[in-house]
Design a protein around this ligand. Structure first.
Ligand SMILES: [Fe+2]
Length: 199
């Protein structure tokens, strides 16, 4: 385990020591964090504030994600934040089953501009097959002085959203993860505001 992986996995190791979570679940967490770290090795050396997740040839409904990242005060724009995003394809899969767990075919990176803004062009992800989890997009955000942290969005109107999902999102106000979808000219648009955590 190199130093960087150790740093990102340190909170998980602490949980191993203090929690009574099943070892299998904690092992999964560790594997996930290591997969996230591995994925960053493929990050392009130069990033702009707009990019793609799915290639233009990917089957599915075109989707544009309009995002903005804020400092923990929720007001100050966070510039130069690297946003990593990944999601399932139009069949609900992250990758071919043979690729193994935590392998994300549709993924992309951007860096926020001076106003904290970013944009991803992609396709609308589908929910996991044979599961009751709403379709979603995963993000991580990191940058100068900001350790990698997770964020995400789901799509308002998704029948798989639960009351708990909606309540949690409503509590977070404009930083809630359940986002309205606008359809214009055959392209769906969602906007998401992400607030960097205080710790
Ligand atoms: Fe997921």
């Amino acid at each position: 385990m190199n130093r960087r992986i150790f740093i990102v996995t340190l909170p998980i190791l602490a949980r191993v020591l203090i929690s009574e979570r099943p070892v299998a679940a904690i092992t999964q967490d560790l594997e996930y964090l290591q997969a996230l770290e591995r994925a960053q090795r493929d990050r392009p050396p130069t990033l702009t504030s707009s990019g793609r997740i799915a290639p233009a040839s990917e089957p599915g409904t075109p989707l544009v994600i309009h995002g903005r990242v804020f400092r923990p005060d929720g007001v100050t724009a966070a510039r130069d934040m690297i946003v990593f995003a990944y999601h399932t394809d139009a069949t609900g899969l992250y990758n071919a089953p043979s690729a193994g767990p935590h392998s994300w075919r549709l993924r992309g990176w951007v860096k926020t501009d001076a106003d904290g803004r970013f944009e991803f062009t992609t396709i609308r992800p589908a929910p996991y097959p044979n599961r009751r989890t709403a379709a979603h997009v995963h993000f991580t955000v990191e940058g100068p002085g900001v350790p990698r942290q997770p964020a995400g969005l789901t799509f308002e109107g998704d029948p798989l959203l639960t009351d708990a999902d909606r309540e949690e999102s409503a509590k977070a106000g404009r930083f809630g993860g359940v986002r309205p979808v606008e359809r214009r000219g055959g392209i769906e648009h969602v906007s998401v505001d992400i607030r960097i955590a205080r710790s």
